[in-house]
Design a protein around this ligand. Sequence first.
Ligand SMILES: Nc1ncnc2c1ncn2[C@@H]1O[C@H](COP(=O)(O)OP(=O)(O)OP(=O)(O)O)[C@@H](O)[C@H]1O
Length: 410
Amino acid sequence: MGSNRQPDPLMPQVGGTITHPEHGQFKILKSLASGPFSDVFKVLHVQKNERYAMKCEREEGNIRPVLKLDVYVLTQMGKNSHGIGFPKLICAGRTGYYKYAIMQLVGADLGRLRRAMPDKRFTETTSVLVALQTLNRIETLHDLGWLCRDIKSPNFAIGRGNEAGTVFMLDFGFARRYKDNSGNLLPPRNAAALLGTIHYAPLASHYNQEQCRKDDLESWLYMVIEMAAGSLPWANMDALKQHKMIAEAKKFARTAGRAQLFDGCPKEYDELMDVIDNIGFYERPNYHKLASILEAAIERLKIDRYAQLDWQLPGYDLIKRADHIGDLGESNLLSMRLKEAKSEENIHAEKENNNFPLDEPNLISCSSPEMEPVPAGHLPNYEGGDGKGEERTQSNNSFNDAQSPRYHNY
Ligand SMILES: Nc1ncnc2c1ncn2[C@@H]1O[C@H](COP(=O)(O)OP(=O)(O)OP(=O)(O)O)[C@@H](O)[C@H]1O
């Protein structure tokens, strides 16, 4: 994939080499992704002849720095015995101009793989088994004290070779601690940015509320419905111009629009929404209950839990097709410029989060509800297809914006 950004000769280039003081030389083989936040390359460890992924970002001038959070979360994950399904972090470094992290190389992401399927939906077997795996990854991340706040299929990827049946969780650039080192839950700020990816954003985020574990699961639900059904009812709405309408559609999907939302999904999925919608802000979600709903679908549909997944079956040739989808280039995606306003509340939240200097830099009390597009040079580069749902954004809608009523329940 090419980048939408102006070429920057001081950033890593294909063909170049990076030397880490302890880990040795890495030759840059290929660009894997180039987005508004970072560039990702396939690299070769020259001495060990092993391939890895390298994610890098400029030291200065980022819309939002993401690498520090990736490194922080993956380091913690590596120390955690439950780190299965998270890329292993090899090393991280900086050159003065950019920062980089070298990690386990994984395969195609679930967004591309789904769009490579004939109806843009996985088979029942794959969609249910992948729902179980991704639920497990989210539980692991949560139990480590982090929220993702950007759950979507492009942020999960399959393993390579004999790990192709394992789904890996990527991208912690919007992660946030919800508890401190002693395990105390952090109180919600009065308001928070609409951030993440609008088509998958939880209602709380639409209404500028602090997110909690439940909200990651709400995004997960939208993702698993899309994987099973092929699309979401709001798939054709413009993420930027119609973000309020998307929120309305998500509310409608809980009343008269419910049957439409779940059309094409195993019937058990309907119950997932009730369980998720009833989780409280401070509550540890009942992941086991959610998994047991998926298990009920597995039982009813007589799914072999050790079955090969769609991309492991020769018939679809999915991995190759997914690569091609990745090459389609530009879509209509637009990211948002990070504003620099800081409110008293945010400063307070940062102080409370003192041990985690990775807090989001701006978020609240921006006077304008309008979202400001980033300059063309920062347009992200993602695939076409129905990729509207993959717009990743961060806005500063005023909490008091009359058009953004505080969201209570649904
Ligand atoms: N470890 C990896 N192995 C292989 N590919 C990877 C790896 N990490 C990231 N990628 C590829 O790079 C893409 C972007 O990575 P990631 O989401 O971490 O970066 P980002 O800058 O936060 O992206 P986004 O613009 O989606 O927010 C992924 O969708 C995936 O295709």
